[in-house]
Design a protein around this ligand. Structure first.
Ligand SMILES: [Mn+2]
Length: 195
């Protein structure tokens, strides 16, 4: 069963994340940050990873701790659900267009966290949401999910479209990477024998 549940509590946030890698993309995400919930829903729907996320953070300060710590907990949940990574495809990529925006995501479930980030938001805010938090989320996800993650904006001027294309591109790439490769379902996809 490739599932995990993580709970994480600090002085700044209290978060629970449940994932099922072999899901159908059903989700119930409530962080108190509307735009972020919208993005987490996209991440689930387009990766087909079921996600239930609850976050209660110090939103009276700003959204930063809530967004970053949700990325940490989701990364930890992915790591736990993937286990020894036996049989997975490991790599995934996607060019995701959304109206004016196109974002490319390429990732490796390598166990070696690394983020390459080439996104340029034309506006500092989407509604009340700080666009710089998109990077904070993916940095936390890559670090705690053990993901080598490259996200590149190829086109786009509307910040909502660019952000959403980014989440969808990563979702699609994740879907490919976590899926089982039926040609090699019994082996860890590395010549080192471990990931
Ligand atoms: Mn949208």
């Amino acid at each position: 069963m490739r599932r995990a549940k993580i709970t994480r509590k600090t002085a700044e946030t209290e978060i629970s994340v449940e994932v099922n890698l072999d899901g159908t993309g059903t989700y119930d995400n409530q962080t108190g940050v509307g735009f972020f919930d919208h993005m987490l829903d996209q991440l689930s729907r387009h990766s087909l990873i079921d996600m239930t996320i609850r976050a209660e953070g110090d939103l009276h300060i700003d959204d930063h701790h809530t967004v970053e710590d949700t990325g940490i907990a989701l990364g930890q949940a992915l790591t736990e659900a993937l286990g020894d990574k036996k049989g997975i495809r490991r790599y995934g990529e996607c060019h995701l267009p959304m109206d004016d925006a196109q974002v490319r995501a390429a990732l490796d479930l390598s166990g070696r966290p690394f983020l390459v980030w080439n996104m340029d938001f034309a506006a500092p805010k989407i509604g009340t949401f700080d666009t710089e938090l998109v990077r904070e989320f993916f940095q936390a996800l890559a670090t705690h999910g053990g993901i080598t993650l490259h996200v590149d904006q190829l086109h786009g001027f509307n910040a909502h479209h660019v952000a959403e294309a980014g989440f969808k591109a990563v979702a699609r790439a994740l879907r490919l990477a976590v899926e089982t490769d039926p040609r090699k379902a019994d082996a860890i996809p590395s010549t080192k024998g471990a990931l």
